[in-house]
Ligand binder design. Structure first.
Ligand code: TXA
Ligand code: MG
Length: 316
């Protein structure tokens, strides 16, 4: 059975104890719930892959309390220093070269010589990292290929009985995973995944354009970013201007007849925060066909569209 813990002192103490014993705890972050384990414990990390049913070549993000601690594990170049200063704590993950001898489980990096690191901006995640006292590996707390969880109920719907506990910290304010940027000295900084920080803001901070994968941001670059991902049970039809028979509508902006509207006001931040919750709701309703209103391809809209394209991709 999976324990549901409050995000108070006693709950965090229990969660830290579970982590120290090699167990798995889902924790809220500002982006989505993460499935946390001791990043230095091979067995604990292996249990993450098992609980998620995740292909083992897909590396994990490691969460730190502050940049100063992360610097013991990875090397920051000038771009990385600038981005960390501007956006940490917050929904930005940096892929950086591993320091030799860093005691991170090799399962975390799936054999790569880089490590994805992030400093979350959430009091519960920070409280748990502080109590545990070491780096925490945490992918999104969903079964592999399913929708990322933004509430403790979402976590339970996917992983109940497969993990030791979930700390209930309410709904995640950003609601989309972090933006991933590689600063691994193999040339200019590269955008690996759109996410909670718009690419424009990162480019403004760096003063140059980010390198992007050939084929645009929808191309698969981060290992394990499989085409069919974030998949709800129903079939999605994107950029729908009308609703066909048998479809429900996931609306955006001023549209009529939406079953769920991500943001009637057309606010992309609000839409991002609601996206995964809406897809979960359609799953619960048993919606088979979901039409989705067009979402503008700018700011967080790009990350929303990236997730929607993956959710709509043909299933293998
Ligand atoms: O917001 C987030 O980033 C959430 C919260 C829990 O922190 N975590 C998250 O983790 O979304 P996950 O595992 O679902 O996605 C991590 C992505 C994967 O696509 C993985 O392939 C990529 O990061 N990744 C991890 N390490 C990498 C590396 N060394 N090089 C390139 N991509 C990497
Ligand atoms: Mg994920």
């Amino acid at each position: 059975m999976t324990e549901r813990l409050a995000s108070d002192t006693a709950g965090l103490a229990r969660a830290a104890e579970i982590l120290a014993n090699g167990g798995l705890v889902a924790m809220p972050t500002e982006t989505v719930y993460g499935l946390a384990a001791d990043a230095c414990d091979d067995l604990a990390v292996a249990r993450i892959y098992a609980a998620k049913g995740r292909p083992s070549f897909n590396p994990l993000i490691v969460h730190f309390p502050a940049q100063a601690i992360a610097q013991r594990y990875v090397r920051f170049n000038d771009d990385a220093l600038r981005l960390a200063a501007a956006f940490w704590p917050g929904p930005l993950t940096l892929v950086l070269p591993l320091e030799q001898g860093a005691k991170i489980s090799r399962l975390v990096t799936a054999g790569l010589d880089t490590l994805a690191v992030r400093v979350p901006d959430h009091p519960v995640a920070q409280g748990l990292i502080a109590r545990f006292g070491g780096p925490i590996a945490a992918p999104s707390a969903n079964p592999s290929g399913r929708i990322s969880p933004t509430t403790a109920d979402h976590v339970m719907a996917g992983l109940n009985g497969r993990i030791e506990a979930v700390v209930d910290g309410g709904a995640c304010p950003v609601g989309l995973e972090s933006t991933i940027v590689a600063c691994d000295s193999a040339g200019p900084a590269r955008l690996l995944r759109e996410g909670g920080i718009p690419a424009e803001a990162i480019e403004a901070c760096l003063g140059t354009a980010l390198a992007r994968p050939a084929g645009g941001a929808a191309a698969v670059v981060a290992p394990g970013m499989l085409e069919s991902h974030y998949a709800p049970k129903g079939q999605l039809r994107l950029n729908a201007e009308t609703v066909l028979q048998g479809e429900v509508l996931l609306g955006f902006g001023h549209v009529q007849g939406a079953t769920i509207n991500l943001s009637p006001a057309g606010d992309l931040v609000e839409a991002a925060a609601r996206l995964f919750g809406a897809l979960h709701q359609f799953d619960q309703m048993g919606a088979a066909k979901i039409a989705v209103s067009p979402i503008p391809e700018k700011g967080l809209g790009r990350a929303i569209n990236d997730r929607l394209r993956r959710a709509a991709a043909p299933r293998g």
